[in-house]
Design a protein around this ligand. Structure first.
Ligand SMILES: [Zn+2]
Length: 273
């Protein structure tokens, strides 16, 4: 009998997740504590988010996504150190805000998890964070040319996208955010914005939910591509502040977000939830 292909394997995994038959260490204990299947929806969506971000080319071998623990705002959940394309439910780990693995979990965590904790620490409105190195974004992180919303679907990225330069305060480094001090410096530059670019490195995208963070991450990349191409033939005209606000409300309404989530889940071969 032949091995199931990747598509079939994904369907099998997501079916098992939906049925709750895939159960593992720290999160299994957490689920037992609360006794509520609904508590795990955001965690299952986090697994879907990893697959979607990989499928849409937002992340490759590197990059990661997290969600704030809905039962304890001082904690967050993300995969062990693994490429997003490969993340499954039993890869998820629980972390304290300072990046310490909870429950004595000894698996290898992402080196740059401090980005996530430092943002959750100061942004009560943020419940999901994506960090990526999408190549279309990088020209805007190294030239001083601002990345601004130029298409309506990308209004969700917000009107202003600051650029953080790790070298300004920390000198020459390997460019990775490895400490809470670095993460907090990044979070201060992010301020109240949705997205931030990192000089010579990548981007951070936040959301009130993981669905919002994923949709904003995908359209940040699309916007950068359109803006780059527009710059090659003329001077792009961005959306006005009012257009951004009105369009963002539509994109994040059930009309927009449900449709986008179902579409991106289908493309990635995961069940929408
Ligand atoms: Zn990185």
């Amino acid at each position: 009998m032949s091995e199931p292909g990747p598509w079939t394997r994904r369907r099998m995994v997501t079916a098992a997740l939906a049925a709750g038959s895939v159960n593992v260490m720290p999160l299994a204990r957490l689920a037992a504590q609360t006794g509520s299947v609904d508590d795990r929806v955001e965690f299952r969506r986090l697994v879907a988010a990893n697959r979607i971000l990989a499928n849409e080319g937002v992340v490759d071998a590197f990059g990661h996504a997290s969600v704030r623990d809905p039962r304890d705002p001082a904690r967050y959940v993300m995969s062990r150190s693994r490429s997003p394309e490969l993340v499954e439910f039993d890869d998820l780990m629980l972390f304290e805000t300072d990046g310490t693995p909870a429950d004595g979990d000894t698996r290898r965590p992402y080196g740059e998890r401090m980005i996530h904790g430092a943002i959750y620490e100061v942004r009560e409105d943020v419940n999901a964070v994506v960090h990526n190195h999408a190549y279309d974004l990088l020209p805007f992180a190294i030239t001083g040319v601002p990345l601004v919303p130029v298409v309506h679907t990308a209004s969700v990225i917000g009107p202003e996208i600051p650029v953080w330069d790790i070298g300004e305060r920390f000198g020459a480094t390997d460019m990775l955010v490895r400490s809470m001090e670095q993460g907090r410096d990044l979070a201060a530059t992010l301020g109240a914005n949705t997205c931030l670019l990192m000089r010579g490195h990548g981007a951070v995208v936040t959301g009130a939910t993981i669905r919002e963070a994923v949709v904003a991450s995908v359209y940040l990349q699309i916007n950068a591509d359109v803006q780059l191409r527009a710059l090659s033939i003329g001077e792009p005209r961005g959306l006005s502040a009012e257009e951004i606000e009105l369009s963002r409300a539509t994109q994040f309404s059930p009309l927009g977000i449900d449709r986008a989530w179902e579409y991106f889940c289908a493309r990635a071969g995961v069940d929408p939830e």
